[in-house]
Design a protein around this ligand. Sequence first.
Ligand SMILES: Cc1ncc(COP(=O)(O)O)c(C=O)c1O
Length: 411
Amino acid sequence: MSPVAQPITLPSDGDHSGRDLGEQELELVRQVLATGTLFSPKGTYVARLEKDFAARYGVAHATACSSGSAAVHCAVAAINPNPGDEIITTPITDMGALTAILYQGAIPVFCDVDPDSYNVTAETIACRITKRTRAVVVTHLFGIPCEMDPIMDLCNERGIPVIEDCAQAFDATYKGKPVGTFGKIGCFSFQQGKHMTTGEGGMVIADDPARERRMFLFVNKAWGYGDKNADHYFLAPNYRINEITGAVALAQLAKLSGVVARRRASAARFTAKIVDIPGIMPQKRPHHCDPVYWKYCVNVDESKTGVGLTEIAAGMRAAGIFAAPRYIGKPAFECQIFRDKVTFGTSSWPYTDASRAGLPPVDYDRNNFPGSIKALSQVLVIPWNEFYTDEHVEYIADQLHAAVLQGVPAK
Ligand SMILES: Cc1ncc(COP(=O)(O)O)c(C=O)c1O
């Protein structure tokens, strides 16, 4: 455990050093270009991608879309809330997963998270359910599955559909079953930093043909392709991907198992090297799950490390490891969009929807989210990558040891 004087350069998911984009992608893109068809409704590559993705997850249907945000938007649209209905979700997530709710005229109702897993739980969801609840979105944060059994028991009992946001959790399993297949709809992102990437892109999966049909229509301006008397059936955007993106995604999908296996193996080696650091605890996870380490997160207990989270992160950054003393700077409900209800014009709709007259205001008070506040104050987010070698893992572990030791009072 000797900190290296010369920082080493780690593979990064921002460029070729940490992304496997090469001959397989090029070959499929070449094939697409040779067809001369880039428009997916007339092509075969996006269709193949959807078929392969669905088969991989053992579900009946998958629909490709232009981003992970679009995927969540499709899922919410498939639920088809009425204006002013509520969708329960986490305040620790990407904004794209939240604006989707507002765009469909529904209101994000945040529930707290477990401070050590950063994930929502059945208990935190239960106390946010009201007569207006139309769906629950669970996010498997950083690739660690939520505790799904009690969540599914609760929501099934109440007849509330669950949407799983798996943007960070490709191939993560809970009791041997992939996340994304517990709820009614699973959502994925192909953004640059995800387990598979097309720069931008996404996918939704579902077993229920009615919901899948609605999602298919939603990405297609609700045009009924192939129908006898096709029409634009309802309000919907164009969230399609083109055939080139489909080709890249097909090649990436073929690599996904390898990516996940390598991330798991290097994360296991890292865990073994850091278990003995006082005050450092890996992100909590259900025992019966197999996470996929989008990032590797640890909780920092400053009373035991004797050094602050910010200083630890700074120590690691000085060594070339872009660890962050936070994930998002603040819980989502403290962002201006929610705090000041900045939505459509000056209306603050759907918060002001007439159907909500007499209802109490939505609770965006940090005092009622102790788990989320604690989670954000103790999480150290360490970048993780499928190209990490044993040497990289050892280096990161050494630098974490060194960053923590700088705060241990001399004897
Ligand atoms: C949990 C989660 N949900 C949704 C999204 C939105 O995905 P995209 O950036 O592809 O729109 C992200 C992206 O980072 C995410 O991490």
